[in-house]
Design a protein around this ligand. Structure first.
Ligand code: SF4
Length: 324
């Protein structure tokens, strides 16, 4: 069955913000036309769902209540695997993943299960992310590396993209452990402009995250680096342009920008809905600043169309090298 709905209408929560002038209860913001999606659960969607359940895997598509799940699972048969459990040790203001103390260490079978799922789904480009695990000495770095190796062993022609935490509170060699496993794309999101970190990303440090991305390139320049931000949280254009400059200074190759959507009324409110024209403006500005690849649309998420975008990213690098 296919329905055209507003994103979020299929769950209990809705975007809202406090009417500060009256002190009234949060008001629902009506979502614009460009954020309408198709809800569909065709056979392909159910196949992905049953595979994920059978292998006891988690996906960020479900945990973060991604609006693109019906397209990614149902039309493209793809998903983004979330390793290291489904409980995050951080409490970011934008994120729907459960926060708390994870009940256990990494599941030793998880790397093989992710590899089995990637093979069963016949993915040409696999995206793997995780919760933050500040409770682990290496932040889960070795588990990331094991998962990359397991996928590569099982599906040697599949390219691998990882979206990692910041490894802020763990051993300094954690990043090297992950990079040594040689993912094709190393993604770490800055999430928002630095001025909004205290409310949006309170457990993180903007310049630490930038430095992490820069270090990946220093350790292995052949790995593509990628980072993203959400807009509609209260940032201004100048701050977004500054983030782009900071990313380019850290040699980031690929920038993603998408509309923030409030997962529940307890999360950071949506400040406004950025128009598709403004997203097109951000994309143009970012390409002008030298990114090899940019995805800036209301529905852009780190892993949205990641396989097709990776092919463009690689082609753009080859073209740049050919013209150098
Ligand atoms: S955009 Fe990414 S997180 Fe969202 S459904 Fe698609 S693969 Fe999953």
């Amino acid at each position: 069955m296919t329905n055209l709905v507003q994103i979020g209408d299929h769950r209990r929560s809705s975007d809202s913000r406090t009417d500060e002038s009256s002190g009234a209860r949060p008001k629902r913001q009506r979502r614009p036309e460009w954020l309408r999606i198709r809800l569909a659960t065709p056979e392909k969607y159910r196949q992905v769902q049953s595979l994920v359940n059978r292998l006891n895997l988690h996906t960020v598509c479900q945990e973060a209540r991604c609006p693109n799940i019906y397209e990614c699972w149902g039309e493209h048969g793809t998903a983004t695997f979330m390793i290291l459990g489904d409980v995050c040790t951080r409490r970011c203001g934008f994120c729907a993943v459960t926060s708390g103390r994870p009940p256990a260490g990494p599941d030793p079978d998880e790397p093989a299960h992710v590899a089995e799922a990637v093979a069963a789904m016949d993915l040409r480009h696999a995206v793997i992310t995780s919760v933050d695990r500040d409770d682990l000495a290496d932040g889960g770095a070795e588990h990331f590396a094991q998962t990359i190796r397991a996928v590569r062993h099982r599906s040697p022609s599949t390219t691998i993209e990882i979206l990692t935490p910041d490894f802020l509170k763990c051993a300094p060699d954690a990043l090297e452990t992950v990079v040594a496993a040689r993912p094709d794309v190393f993604n770490h999101n800055l999430e928002t402009v630095p001025g909004l970190y205290p409310t949006v990303r309170p457990g993180a440090r903007y310049f630490h995250s930038l430095r992490l991305l820069q270090r990946v390139k220093e350790i292995d320049p052949s790995i593509f680096t990628k980072s993203g931000i959400m807009v509609g949280l209260g940032e201004d254009r100048q701050s977004v342009a500054q983030v782009m400059d900071d990313m380019r200074a850290a040699d980031v190759d690929f920038l993603t920008i998408g509309q923030y959507l409030q997962p529940t009324p307890k999360h950071h409110a949506v400040d406004r809905f950025v128009t598709p024209e403004e997203f097109a403006g951000y994309e143009k500005t970012a390409f002008g600043k030298g990114f090899l690849m940019v995805s800036a649309t209301p529905l852009t998420r780190s892993s949205y169309h990641a396989g097709d975008d990776f092919a463009r990213l690689r082609a753009n690098r080859e073209a740049k090298l050919a013209n150098a």
